[in-house]
Each structure stands twice: as C-alpha cells, then as structure tokens.
Design a protein around this ligand. Structure first.
Ligand code: DGL
Length: 264
C-alpha cells in the first residue's frame, strides 16, 4: 500500500466535513481528498436514477484520477441510494453513511424519535428497513428539511443562517401526532450537524441529537488498521462546480486542514 494513497470523502457539498472532523481525531496523519459535487447540489430534490448515475460516475472518475485506498460516501442521500451500486463497480473499500436510527432507538426515553433528512433520503426503503429492524417498538417521525442544507452551506460560507428554515424543520417534527414527545432527533443528512446549535436552540436543550460521523470515522480507522499513512502533498478539496464560488469556503477548508482547492 502506497503510504500517500488518500482517503476520499465524497458529498454533494460541505456536509461531509462533519465526517472529516471526526476522521481527523482518529487518523490525523491520513491524507484526505474531499470531493464535493457542488454542480449537483442539492441531491435531496433529485430522483434516485439521477443521484445513482452522478454518484457512481463521479466516484469512478475520482478513483481513477486520485487512486484512493478507501472511499467514504459522506452523504446519507447518496449512500441510501447508491452504496450498493458503487460497491459493485469500485474494487476498494467503500464506507457509507446510514441514518443513525439504531443508536437513537437505544437512547430515546419517550419512545418518540424525530428524523430530519433530505426529501430523497426519507422516502428510501433503506430507512424503512432500519426502522423495522431497530425501531419497530418506537415512533419514528420523519421530516424532509431541504432548507437546512442551504442553511448549513450558508453558515460555512460565513453568511447568516436562515432562521425560517430552522423553524420550518422544528415545526415539521413537532406538529406531527406525538411530535411534542420527541426527545431524540436523528440528523440523517451530513449537513445538519453543522447547524446543530441552531436546531438545539429551536427544539430545546433536552433534545439528544444523533448522527453517524463518529461511527464512520471509527469504521474507516478499523478498515485501514495497520496500513502506513504519509502525506506526500497537502490535502485537497475538489469541486465539480464553479471554482470561484467554492473558493469562498477556503477559510472553512483551512480550518479542517485543507489548503488546496481545485475543480474536477
Ligand atoms: N449531505 C447530504 C446528505 O447527507 C445531502 C445534501 C443534499 O441535498 O445535497 O444527505
């Protein structure tokens, strides 16, 4: 194994940075390429076919170009739709992002769990199966909150967060039957932990938020155990979209240890 072979993190935008933050804690020496399909953002409003084609196509191109040792799809929408397909075509370990319904079911005291995701994620059979397997004795109240993706992107560009989007998401959960009893909320989109403070302020201090970033970082660490890591060049962020727009995120990437930004 080439010690400089990177770990590739993939998302539609900045959401995967929540996974990168946890990865840095467990594998600070690992070379990372962060790829954001900003030309395709948001994924949540796209069809399954569009998402699967984009994700499989882009990960194929990125893998050929950058030869990662492992790919992490740091996006619930892409993972719940395209994980199987990507695993079929790429012959390296692929780590996906799964809505954290299992840990949420173990944590809830009231038995009522909220789940915030994109429109595409919340309708997936993948989520139905997780609910049936791990939360069949609980109430799982799902709500699609696409406005939160834009809010998180704006926050990381240093712009104000849209309080209307936060209020709409909170109302979308609380106004459902039994919504007042929600004590645990699954953040089933990697963008949402970036605005956890705003969500907590609106939903209430007592709410427990659950997401998969820490578990994903542990999984990456497990799969690369014993392999050497050594950076031969600085970590890189790649966009499929406008470079000038993406460069507005430079201070954010710098805070995550990424100083180079390029267009695919
Ligand atoms: N970060 C992505 C996720 O985890 C979705 C954002 C989007 O709609 O593109 O689902």
């Amino acid at each position: 194994m080439d010690p400089s072979a990177p770990i590739l993190l993939f998302d539609s935008g900045v959401g995967g940075l929540t996974v990168l933050a946890e990865l840095r804690k467990v594998l600070p020496e690992a070379p990372v390429i962060y790829a954001a399909d900003t030309a395709g953002l948001p994924y949540g409003s796209k069809t399954e076919a569009e998402i699967a084609a984009r994700v499989a196509g882009l990960l194929g191109r990125l893998s050929e170009r950058y030869r990662p040792r492992l790919v992490t799809i740091a996006c619930n929408t892409a993972s719940t739709i395209a994980l199987g397909m990507v695993r079929d075509v790429l012959h390296i370990p692929i780590v996906g992002t799964v809505p954290a319904i299992k840990p949420a079911a173990a944590m809830t005291k009231t038995g009522v769990i909220g789940l915030l995701g994109t429109e595409a994620t919340i309708r997936q059979g993948y989520v139905d199966r997780l609910e049936a397997e791990f939360a069949s004795d609980k109430r799982l109240l799902r709500y699609a909150a696409p406005g939160l993706v834009a809010a998180a992107e704006a926050k990381l560009r240093g712009e104000p967060v849209d309080n209307g989007a936060i209020a709409a998401a909170v109302d979308g959960l609380r106004s459902q039957p039994d919504g007042a009893s929600i004590d645990t909320v699954v953040l089933a989109c990697t963008h949402f932990p970036l605005i956890e403070d705003e969500l907590r302020a609106a939903l209430g201090r007592e709410i427990t938020f659950v997401h998969g970033a820490e578990g994903i970082a542990r999984r990456i660490s497990h799969l690369t155990q014993g392999l050497p890591f050594a950076r031969s060049e600085p970590d890189l962020a790649i966009t499929t979209g406008e470079l000038t727009e993406f460069e507005r995120l430079a201070p954010t990437f710098s805070a995550f240890g990424i100083e180079r930004i390029e267009r695919l």
